[in-house]
Design a protein around this ligand. Structure first.
Ligand SMILES: [Zn+2]
Length: 143
């Protein structure tokens, strides 16, 4: 069993193939180490290796890329929903900001429900007239 001096000499004697394994072995074998020396060696062994740090950094980079991709997807989705909202509000003459549900709305002061403004004829023809036709074609005719 090597003494701690021998271990230190071994560690200092050049380029040990696996310093971590040597430290773990020294801790496990005892080697006449005091509890304090053992605790210090355990702290050294517990320090993440460069490989650990690189792996964690790589994991974070992958996760960051995934998050950025998801944010881009959500932005696209939001933009599409906003475009549909604005188009429908235009077809119904409603405030696209609040649909008349926000008394503090700078655009309509909460008066912007459907019919608040003159509906956009093109949007109305595209989005509302097919619904009216559908209702007219229901059994029982016009409602
Ligand atoms: Zn509004």
């Amino acid at each position: 069993m090597a003494s701690s001096q021998e271990l230190i000499l071994k560690l200092l004697a050049g380029n040990p193939p696996d310093l971590r394994a040597m430290l773990e072995s020294a801790i496990n074998e005892g080697n006449g180490l005091t509890r304090r020396q053992k605790a210090l060696l355990e702290m050294v062994v517990d320090v993440p290796t460069e490989t650990d740090v690189e792996a964690a950094s790589s994991d974070r980079a992958v996760r960051l890329t995934q998050i950025k991709r998801r944010i881009a997807e959500l932005r696209e989705e939001r933009d599409e929903i906003k475009r549909r909202n604005d188009n429908l509000a235009s077809a119904l003459g409603a405030c696209p900001e609040c649909w008349g549900e926000d008394a503090q709305c700078p655009t309509c002061s909460g008066r912007g429900g459907p019919g608040f403004a003159v509906p956009n004829a093109t949007a109305f023809a595209e989005l509302v007239e097919p619904v009216i036709q559908r209702l007219k074609n229901l059994p029982g005719g016009e409602r």
